[in-house]
Design a protein around this ligand. Structure first.
Ligand code: G3I
Length: 411
């Protein structure tokens, strides 16, 4: 794999320089408000220089990294770099393990720490008298990830405690059956508290120091399906049973049971489009010291602006006293033409480069996690959104994330 990696990298660099000289991807519209001619011209100059630099450096051979990159090492003075992993990957073999350990120092269970993986219906139903206010929980599904992380000194982001999705309906009903009657606010608040208490206490007592960040609440504000405060109402049994303040209550309980080293996050998608709403709805929790950070999922496309719009939102959250983590980064593309892959590489370079720059300027950016190891294992399977291709080869996206000189620092 490493040899393959190096030769791939060399060929890729060669193509990049040739493509860069041809200037194929220099005519893209930038979507910026500046005068197009000026921008195109300045970008052509920038990219030509970069391509020439790459050519020149290539001839000196200094452009090909002596050792493979390690994203975790590149950013070790800035923030952890993580990856979301499905349970099967821990039995997938050495190639996967090598790639994970070479680049990441944090992992998130893609599904195995969600309520539908932890809640134990059979045990809950078997002892209803004792479980009526405290559903039974089990941690089998996430054990491979926990053991892998502990064996290799990785930290874990716990994703997620309170979410309208992947939380079974039976958890909200009188008799823990799928079609049972929903319980009332008081009972559901007791179940919420006990679930949060049992999950956080389990990790605190059995795996101290392993969990460094917790997505306490996921995706609670969604203008398309929300109430007047954009608190999600549609398909949301938390809203239906507890009410519009369910997300606030979750933070009250989480702060009560989390250990100090577990930073408590609100996690959501499209954060750059609903920054003010998130800040407004979380203000009370923030004021009461119940929440530490905002998890910006960062499910992006190459057509979205990162250097201005996304980073503006990052600064706004930091200025409001939150730490910020990119928790589910992937950047979708529509095809795998070289020019498109280069564009994706530039977007990844902009994302990692700007987050690094802001962190070094003092903004509390405390992590970037990509949502999957390779394109073949992405929830966005038909958009090739990740750093490695399905054969685990590094893409231009990976070189961009590594700030490799072959990827121009222009979106
Ligand atoms: O485990 C079952 C398996 O038993 C069954 O045979 C199979 C076919 O039905 O489904 C399997 O469950 C799937 C699960 O992933 C595990 O692979 C679910 O159907 C599938 O819906 C689920 O998708 C996950 C999705 O969340 C569900 O909402 C994705 O893997 C996961 O990447 C995605 O992650 C979410 C974040 O948690 C929150 N932010 C958005 C992000 C993308 O949707």
């Amino acid at each position: 794999m490493r040899r393959k990696w190096k030769s791939c990298l060399f060929l890729m660099m060669l193509c990049l320089v040739l493509a860069g000289c041809a200037g194929q991807d220099m005519q893209e519209s930038t979507g910026q408000t500046q005068d197009t001619d000026t921008v195109t011209e300045s970008r052509i100059t920038q990219e030509t220089e970069t391509a020439e630099e790459s050519t020149q450096a290539m001839s000196e051979g200094s452009d090909i990294p002596e050792q493979e990159y390690s994203l975790a090492e590149i950013y070790e003075d800035n923030f952890p770099v993580g990856v979301a992993l499905p349970g099967w990957i821990f039995q997938a073999g050495a190639e996967y393990e090598e790639l994970i350990l070479a680049n990441f120092n944090s992992i998130t269970c893609e599904n195995e720490m969600k309520p539908d993986a932890i809640l134990d219906r059979e045990a809950s139903r078997a002892d209803l008298e004792n479980t009526y206010r405290r559903a039974a929980v089990k941690f089998d599904a996430c054990m491979p990830a926990v053991e892998f992380a502990k064996e290799h000194g990785l930290k874990i982001r716990l994703h997620t405690l309170v979410w309208h999705s992947q939380t079974p309906r039976w958890f909200f009903t009188e008799d823990y059956t799928d079609d049972g009657e929903l319980v009332d606010r008081e009972v559901m608040l007791a179940r919420m508290e006990n679930y949060i208490a049992d999950v956080l206490t389990y990790f605190k007592e059995n795996h101290p120091g392993l969990i460094y960040a917790v997505d306490v609440v996921n995706e609670a504000f969604d203008s398309g399906t929300g109430d007047e405060n954009e608190v999600r109402m549609t398909d949301n049994l938390w809203y239906e049973t507890v009410g519009a303040d369910y997300y606030y209550q979750a933070f009250v309980f989480a702060r009560n049971y989390a250990s100090p080293d577990m930073k408590l996050f609100y996690n959501d998608y499209g954060c750059m489009y609903k920054t003010d709403r998130i800040l407004k709805n979380l203000a009370q929790a923030k004021e009461e010291g119940l929440i530490d950070g905002i998890g910006m999922q960062s499910h992006l496309s190459v057509n979205e602006d990162i250097q201005y719009k996304f980073m503006f939102a990052v600064r706004a959250f930091c200025d409001a006293g939150y730490e910020v983590q990119a928790t589910e980064l992937d950047i979708g593309i529509e095809d795998t033409e070289d020019t498109t892959l280069m564009r994706q590489g530039r977007k990844y370079r902009s994302f990692f480069g700007n987050m690094k720059k802001l962190q070094e300027e003092g903004y509390a950016i405390t992590g970037i996690t990509v949502w999957g190891l390779h394109d073949g294992a992405s929830w966005r399977g038909d958009e090739w959104p990740l750093l490695f291709d399905a054969d685990l080869n590094p893409k231009k996206a990976y070189l961009g994330a590594a700030l490799d000189p072959s990827i121009p620092a222009v979106e």
